[in-house]
Design a protein around this ligand. Structure first.
Ligand SMILES: NC(=O)c1ccc[n+]([C@@H]2O[C@H](COP(=O)([O-])OP(=O)(O)OC[C@H]3O[C@@H](n4cnc5c(N)ncnc54)[C@H](O)[C@@H]3O)[C@@H](O)[C@H]2O)c1
Length: 256
């Protein structure tokens, strides 16, 4: 299927590294103009340089809701954001009873409140123009549960609630709202990750990876391009009758 997003503008949070980088490149290849919003300006610029003229970057710490509000208000006023991909996320795995309260609050702000706030500020313009796409990157942790990731899972499950509820409000205005839910997704090369990526701290020994892969019916974990393909499809015209849904892109790791 040839997806054509020519003339559309997409905002991709966390678009500098890994999954977000894959999404930014794929949307640009489909003809969209992409605005990467990321705290890691250096890596965002490296990613943008791969598609000259098609990707621009904006530095923003999405865990700081004052910055998110200012950015969302500006983008809303500009009236160009047709596609919002809320992808930026972060988790530190630790037993819930040991979880630092400040870190818990941080995870809720970045993984749930920032995507809600951006959607709230960008959806009115989409509705007014009669076309829009909200695609959020959730997590299988938010659907199935994951020990040591309680606050993160709560935030990701919240994203699914936002997706379902908002879809009911804006469908008649031409706006679809969907989520893509990855399981383990790792970059194929170090170039795909910058200083802001969680994957910097996640070098897994080959024996551990071999054990993990056994749980994946497709015989491998995910790559950013797998998630990017699903996001780009949901952002397309071809997906205009799909809304309120969560598409699990997990190699069969979870089948419900
Ligand atoms: N990789 C996985 O295995 C996996 C699995 C399930 C869900 N997810 C979800 O997919 C999304 C992307 O994950 P990833 O593995 O590519 O992450 P990553 O850590 O590799 O990259 C995240 C990107 O977001 C940016 N970012 C992080 N915190 C930010 C902040 N406060 N403000 C602005 N930008 C910030 C980083 O600079 C980076 O570019 C996340 O929402 C994550 O929860 C990932």
């Amino acid at each position: 299927m040839q997806i054509d997003l020519t003339g559309r503008t997409a905002v991709v949070t966390g678009g500098a590294s890994n999954i977000g980088r894959g999404i930014s490149l794929k949307l640009a290849d489909a003809g969209a103009h992409v605005l990467i919003v990321d705290k890691d300006l250096e890596q965002a610029q490296r990613t943008a340089s791969l598609r000259p003229g098609s990707i621009s970057v904006k530095e923003c710490d999405l865990s700081d809701l004052t910055q998110v509000q200012a950015l969302g208000a500006r983008l809303g006023a500009e009236g160009k954001a047709d596609i919002l991909v809320s992808n930026a996320g972060w988790v530190r795995s630790v037993n819930f009873i040991e979880k630092d309260l400040g870190e818990m609050d941080f995870e809720l702000r970045l993984n749930l409140q920032a995507p809600l706030l951006l959607a709230r500020l960008l959806v009115p313009g989409m509705a007014e123009r009669g076309w829009g796409r909200i695609v959020s990157v959730a997590s299988e942790a938010g659907r199935a549960g994951q020990r040591t990731q309680v606050a993160y899972s709560a935030a990701k499950a919240g994203i699914l609630g936002m997706t379902r509820s908002l879809s009911h409000e804006v469908g008649r205005r031409g706006v679809t709202v969907n989520a893509v839910s990855p399981a383990m997704t790792i970059p194929e090369s170090r170039e795909e990750i910058g200083a802001g990526s969680m994957q910097q701290q996640r070098d897994r020994p080959p024996e551990l990876m071999a054990r993990i892969i056994k749980a994946y019916p497709m015989g491998r974990v995910g790559h950013p391009s797998d998630i990017a393909a699903a996001v780009t499809f949901l952002a397309s015209e071809e997906a205009s009758f799909i809304t309120g849904q969560t598409l699990a892109v997990n190699g069969g790791f979870i089948t419900t």
